[in-house]
Structure formats: structure tokens, C-alpha cells
Design a protein around this ligand. Sequence first.
Ligand code: CMP
Length: 139
Amino acid sequence: MKNNRTFTMIKPDAIQNGYAGLILAEIEKAGFKIVAMKMRQLSTEAAKEFYQIHKERPFFNDLINYMTSGPIVAAILEKENAVLDFRALIGNTNPEEAEEGTIRKMYAKSIDANAIHGSDSDENAAIEAAFHFDNDEII
Ligand code: CMP
């Protein structure tokens, strides 16, 4: 994947609270172009595979239960410096520590249900994007 791209998921809490459109608007206002997008319900198996990096962490089971509690919106976003700029836009993993104006500050309730995911490196963005999208689903 090109280095000016990142991967995101709008998480089940945000979808259930009716924030999907508002969050996508924030993303576009910040200058990101959506180059792929789909809504899907993750199976337990798919969630475990996506989050295998966290499988030894104490919060792993809660994370899987939460991420399979309802549909997610997966998307690939394009912008110069996409990975770092998107991490800044979404804010700290823990919404209580997220800066004013960030997506997690505005739309997340807790570190578990934190509204949105953003890849932490170009390498992981490519891996995560390939997990959710075939090449012909990406603009
Ligand atoms: P994210 O970085 O998108 O992917 C892993 C998720 O695990 C993270 O968001 C949080 O929602 C969740 N999580 C729950 N507890 C923790 C914790 N103590 N540290 C990091 N992530 C956590």
C-alpha cells in the first residue's frame, strides 16, 4: 500500500450511538480522502485474527466481545502523512486523556469503547487494510 494511506475502523459503540456519519465528516473535514469503505459484522474468528497482536493482553477477551457486539465501518484513508495525522485526529487511546477536538474526546466513552481505530505505522496500515479489503475494492 502507498505510504500516504492509513486504515481505520469506526467501532461498534460509535455506530450504535449514531456517530458514524459525524465521524466520517470529521475525517473528511481534516483532509482525508476515503479510498475504500465497507460496513461489516466481524466474526469472533476475524476479530481474534485482526487483534492477534494483543492476544496476551489482559483486555483481549473484552476487546473481542466488544468488537463483535455490532457492525464496524472499515475504511482506507489517503492524505500526506496519513498515519501520524490520523492518530492526531483521533486522539489518545483513552478518551479521558484525549485532547479537546479529537474524535475520541468527542465521541468515545471509555478506553474499551473508544469509537475509532487508527493504524500505528505504515506497515500495520498495509496489513490491516489487506485484512478487510481486496485490491479491487480500493480506489
Ligand atoms: P485500538 O488501539 O484501536 O486497538 C486495541 C484496543 O484495545 C484499543 O484501541 C482499546 O480500545 C482496547 N484496550 C482496552 N484496554 C486497553 C489498554 N489497557 N491499553 C490499550 N488498549 C486497550
